[in-house]
Design a binder for this molecule. Structure first.
Ligand code: ADP
Ligand code: MG
Length: 692
């Protein structure tokens, strides 16, 4: 054994890493052995051969077969990357982009940010040496705005194409055009599922490389009766698996952060109640707003038995859809699938985009089950009946482009120079009504003129990596002498929720939050928090005492400085109204109105809020810090919950006068349905004697 080891380390010293000119580390060889067992490894030569002979190719292979980590390395090794022309690999999720790029840096035995980097919104970890870049699809789209032919790349890999995210779908159409202008550019489309006919048809008959999977059989168990409460059923099932099933890690799919944290706690408690005749567990959450170091823990191994010969330990990962195809966790043997995920929905009739917990598709259910059979035969527990699987689940999830507000997409495409949106080559063209709504919204925001051309305002707005409402309020903020404040608010709105509300200390957390509350609403409360954070010198213990998520605040500070950079580059004045001036807060609220005037609700005599123009009944979300019900409120988002009750979140008290003054194009009485809001606005007009 000793001799073997010496031989190995002797070999290590002989091989140099061409990127760093230093000998490869031992770890490199360890990982290399693992890489060689991945199914794509066998296909390396075929892949390189097809790539060399075609401009576009498609790679289809099961999740975990090594597409994301290996294929980009094959491309680099085949010589397609140079210092001046890189290889890009897109990921729909930020978590995947950061986690996978770190892994690949390890595999290539280089530092992250050197030869291998990543780029996600507000965070760029690339350098002069970077030849392989993992980036979110949204970031690549953003790059296209300044580099319309994406000339900094030789090869672009669109990964996770089956997810059909909004940005990936737009990139499909855009890249088809770019490839026509750039014969030297190559495109690789990678997907985990076999909708390859559709992809092939769309990409001019591009060749498909199929990577045979390596899955073990997975037994599927359905609930006998529909579950009343999928959450409780999920907890029960996980605890039962741990108590009764042979060794193997568990993966449970839930819909979001709050649910996941709650489940982690309940599962830990449930298992603790069994005492020590069952094994120890490591219960790990996984969702996008989790800090990277915590996210990374999913790759740790299960805990050892408490005492020698005792019952084995288990890792239990509780994840959103991230673990469905984006990240592969080895060692999962049991999957618990309640059959739901949070999905974006858009209703162009009422112009509302919302997040809603929805049943998943059959394709998703198959992917989830597949996660159990990566390393050995597994089991998947579906917490729904076989009948509902067959009859109620749609076969595929609708592509996001058919479920989204397209204002931002339209703005981006216009900026890239695509004028004819109706004939843009979408894989699944969005409904004409949705496109119309987007054009209308941009027109109301002043970003596009009546002929559909981008205005100067639109040009400026498209410089910011933000939704149009937000970029609008930033661009106009100098006029209201409050760009400092709007920058802080925008930054706070762009990061994960900063309020911590641990179950065991809810009251204390709510009291802490109330200390920051601003009478005029949630936007100004965010501003208070940002200011307090800065005044307290970003002190972690201060954050902790006040139940504030320091990471969220740190990223807000970072986002703020990047947005400030964009403002400066475009000569947008950075200023503040004097704090003691009576207009300090009204100015800020007015600037917000110029962006969000299409998201306003009016308090009816009945005591309910109705959204302006669309007359949807909504409630103030319980998270609001408003302690009264103003006549007009502006809101950041509309949330539909499972009881179909709609509530509005991120709410600020605004004035009817401001709506008329700042958004007369929208609050035009000639174009306004009969309702209480209209009558109220009429009174404002009459009071001013301006008529209509
Ligand atoms: P695919 O894209 O086909 O789903 P990946 O390339 O993402 O496959 O993953 C291939 C393998 O790489 C996984 O099965 C896993 O063993 C390994 N792997 C990926 N990321 C990590 C990581 N961060 N840590 C440890 N192993 C990883
Ligand atoms: Mg992948």
């Amino acid at each position: 054994e000793g001799v073997e080891e010496k031989k190995l380390s002797g070999k290590v010293k002989l091989v140099t890493n061409p990127y760093t000119n230093t000998p490869y580390s031992e770890r490199y060889f360890e990982i290399l052995e693992k890489r060689k067992t991945l199914p794509v490894w066998q296909q390396k030569d075929r892949f390189v051969d097809i790539l060399s002979k075609n401009q576009i190719m498609i790679v289809v292979g099961d999740t975990g077969s090594g597409k994301t980590t290996q294929i980009p390395q094959f491309v680099v090794e085949a010589g397609y990357a140079t210092n001046r022309k890189q290889v890009a690999c897109t990921q729909p999720r930020r978590v995947a982009a950061t986690s996978v790029s770190r892994r690949v840096a390890d595999e290539m035995d280089v530092m992250i940010g050197a030869e291998v980097g990543y780029s996600i919104r507000f965070e760029d970890c690339c350098g002069r040496k970077t030849i392989l870049k993992y980036l979110t699809d949204g970031m690549l789209l953003k790059e296209a705005k300044t580099d319309p032919l994406l000339e900094r790349y030789n090869v672009i890999i669109l990964d996770e194409a089956h997810e059909r995210t909004l940005s990936t779908d737009v990139l499909f159409g855009l890249l088809k055009r770019i490839l026509n202008c750039r014969p030297d550019l190559k495109l690789v489309v990678m997907s985990a599922t076999l909708e390859s006919k559709k992809f092939q048809g769309y990409f001019n008959g591009a060749p498909v490389l199929r990577v045979p999977g390596r899955l073990h059989p997975v037994d599927i168990f359905y609930s006998e009766f529909p579950e009343k409460n999928y959450f409780e059923a999920a907890i029960r099932t996980v605890v039962q698996i741990h108590a009764c099933e042979p060794p193997g890690d568990i993966l449970l799919f839930l819909t979001g952060e709050e649910e996941i944290e709650d489940a982690c706690m309940k599962i830990r408690n449930g298992i603790r109640n069994f005492g020590d005749h069952i094994g120890p567990v490591k219960v790990l959450p996984l969702y996008s707003s989790l800090p990277p170091t915590v996210q990374h823990r999913i790759f740790e191994s299960a805990p050892p038995p408490q005492k020698e010969g005792g019952p084995p330990g288990r890792k239990i990962v509780i994840s959103t859809n991230i673990a469905e195809t984006s990240l592969t966790i080895d060692g999962i043997v049991y999957v618990v699938d309640p059959g739901f995920s949070k999905q974006k929905l858009y209703n162009p009739r009422i112009r509302q985009e919302s997040l809603l917990v929805c049943p998943i598709s059959k394709a998703s259910a198959e992917q989830r089950a597949g996660r159990a059979g990566r390393t050995q035969p597994g089991k998947c527990f579906r917490l729904y009946t076989v009948e509902s699987f067959q009859d109620q689940l749609p076969s595929q999830t609708l592509p996001e482009i058919l479920r989204s507000n397209l204002a931002n997409v339209v703005l981006t495409l216009k900026k890239v120079g695509i004028d004819d949106l109706v004939h843009f080559d979408f894989m699944d063209p969005p409904a004409p009504e949705t496109l119309m709504r987007a054009l209308e919204q941009l027109n109301y925001l002043g970003a596009m003129d009546d002929d559909g051309n981008l205005t100067e305002m639109g040009m400026l707005m498209s410089e910011f990596p933000l939704d149009p409402q937000m970029s609008k309020m930033l661009v106009v903020s100098p006029k209201f002498n409050c760009s400092h404040e709007i920058l802080s608010i925008t930054a706070m709105l762009s990061v994960p929720n900063c309020f911590l509300r641990p179950r065991e200390a809810r009251k204390a957390a709510d009291e802490a939050k109330a200390r920051f509350a601003h009478v005029d609403g949630d936007h100004l409360t965010l501003l208070n928090i940002y200011h307090a954070y800065k005044e307290n010198e970003e002190d972690p213990s201060w954050c902790c005492e006040n139940f504030l998520n320091i990471r969220a605040l740190q990223s807000a500070a970072n986002v703020r400085s990047q947005l400030l950079g964009i403002m400066n580059r475009h000569n947008l004045k950075i200023s503040s109204t004097q704090f003691t001036h009576p207009n300090y807060y009204p100015n800020i609220r007015k600037a917000i109105v110029t962006g969000y005037f299409m998201q306003v609700a009016h308090l009816e005599q009945s005591g309910h809020y109705l959204t302006v123009k669309d007359n949807l009944m909504v409630h103030l979300h319980p998270s609001t810090c408003l302690d009264h019900k103003p006549q007009w409120v502006l809101y950041g988002e509309l949330v539909l919950d499972s009881t179909e009750r709609s509530s509005i979140r991120m709410v600020t008290d605004v004035k009817g006068d401001w709506l008329i003054d700042l958004a007369s194009q929208y609050y035009d009485m000639l174009n306004f349905p009969q309702c209480e809001a209209r009558r109220a606005l009429m009174r404002v007009y009459e009071k001013r004697g301006r008529g209509i």
